[in-house]
Design a protein around this ligand. Structure first.
Ligand code: NDP
Length: 396
């Protein structure tokens, strides 16, 4: 007997026609000076789960400028807020769900993708429920709170034959993509040391980010993950060992359950070394510097939603020249990311940042905690292949 979920594996006629339109537009995007969006009725519909700061300030506006994706439904525990937002974005009341009736989304043909933007501890449950409802899943970082949860999310999506992508927006951002290219082609020589920091002040002790059961940890899984994931992306390599130290200010109520600061060092097969810092107790700072044998380069800020700035210093003959690089055309990172996922669904490609990419970060995060706790170096699995967990490059 064919079950409801199995039936949904096969695209309907309407879905086929959307997929063809998106795939055709995606194939031509490199050739066109102004790549065209597909007709709104041919874009893939996204149900956004959790109407918090990221959703309201970044994702819903970004969906309005996407070329292959559009907002189709809202999922929230606050009915009044959901109805207000639905009205603002032209979503009918039939496109509003709460956390209890979320599974009914399987009957909504307007929804192709579920985008999970909930506190970290809820990513696991909602990914599995979305896959069972026959929907593709885009899940915010960190993928989940444990390696086991990540593995279960991957298995659930594989079983339902649905795609799973982790929303690592930095891997869809143009400045970071250029730095990746320079690093991979050794524009300034071989990379020796990378210094990276991502910190901010947690506003108070009553936010979900200060609760271990919701956040999974403190600064490390929330913002330290940018340091880890971006270095892995820039080098295309996987770390082979980690050594970490953590500290929380005694008596600071914000850090009763989660760590304030974490410092960790990573070693890579090429010989590159990375020094990473993250904290919930400092003024906001988000930057990295890459030291190679013929120059250094980096971004400051590196992880902001816009306004990224590039710095390069290279040795010319005998003198060292410090250059402020010209700005390059910035696109909305969230829109690029969502359109990449839509393109992968329509053209049946593996996303650049699939579940396996999120799982690898979580394995390293668990090793970082172990190292800080036990005060010793933790060895990690050794991979010789480049980009071992990544799918199709979004190409700029
Ligand atoms: P917020 O606290 O602003 O929003 C979270 C939303 O989740 C709430 O508004 C609420 O939505 C819903 N929710 C359901 N249960 C709970 C609960 N028990 N406690 C609190 N909220 C709950 O968080 P963010 O938007 O900042 O973060 C959401 C996710 O996005 C996290 O995983 C975070 O790591 C990630 N993130 C990613 C960023 C990126 O750049 N990629 C940047 C910021 C966050 P409702 O009222 O609709 O039910």
């Amino acid at each position: 007997m064919i079950t409801n979920t199995q039936l949904q594996r096969f695209p309907t006629k309407e879905q086929e026609s959307k997929y063809q339109a998106i795939c055709h537009a995606a194939k031509n995007k490199q050739k066109e000076k102004y790549p065209a969006p597909v007709d709104p009725e041919k874009r893939l519909g996204y149900a956004v789960v959790g109407l918090g700061k990221l959703t309201l300030e970044e994702l819903l506006p970004a969906l309005s400028i996407c070329k292959y994706s559009k907002l189709a439904a809202l999922v929230s525990g606050d009915g009044d807020k959901a109805r207000k937002v639905a009205q603002q974005y032209g979503i009918p009341n039939t496109g509003i769900y709460n956390y209890q009736n979320f599974d009914d989304i399987k009957n909504n043909p307007e929804v192709d993708v579920v985008y999970i933007v909930l506190p970290n501890s809820m990513h696991h449950e909602f990914t599995i429920r979305a896959a069972k409802a026959g929907k593709h899943v885009l899940c915010e970082k960190p993928m989940a709170n444990t390696v086991k949860e990540c593995e279960e999310m991957i298995t659930a999506c594989q079983k339902a034959d649905r795609k799973l992508m982790i929303a690592y927006r930095i891997q869809y951002e143009a400045y970071n993509a250029l730095i990746k290219q320079w690093t991979r082609e050794e524009k300034y020589g071989k990379v020796k040391i990378i210094e990276v920091y991502n910190g901010q002040n947690l506003p108070g002790p009553n936010v979900w980010r200060a609760k271990k059961s919701l956040g999974g940890g403190g600064a490390l899984p929330d913002i330290g993950i940018y340091c880890l994931n971006t270095i892995r992306y820039l080098l295309g390599e996987e770390p082979t060992s980690v050594l970490a130290h953590s500290f929380s200010t005694p008596g600071d109520a914000r850090f009763r359950e989660v760590e304030e600061s974490m410092l960790f060092q990573l070693t890579f097969p090429s010989g590159a070394l990375a020094m990473c810092g993250t904290s919930y107790g400092t003024h906001m700072a988000k930057s990295y510097k890459i030291y190679a044998d013929e120059g250094y380069y980096g971004l400051d800020p590196a992880f902001s939603y816009s306004g990224l700035q590039m710095h390069v210093s290279e040795q010319l003959d005998t003198k060292i020249e410090l250059k402020q690089m010209p700005t390059i055309r910035e696109e909305d990172q969230f829109a690029v990311e969502m359109d990449h996922f839509s393109e992968c669904i329509a053209c049946d490609k593996q996303p650049y940042t699939p579940g396996e990419e999120g799982l690898q970060d979580m394995k390293i995060i668990e090793a970082i905690y172990q190292s800080a706790y036990e005060g010793r170096i933790i060895k990690l699995d050794y991979y010789t292949e480049q980009d071992v967990f990544r799918g199709t490059d979004p190409i700029y």
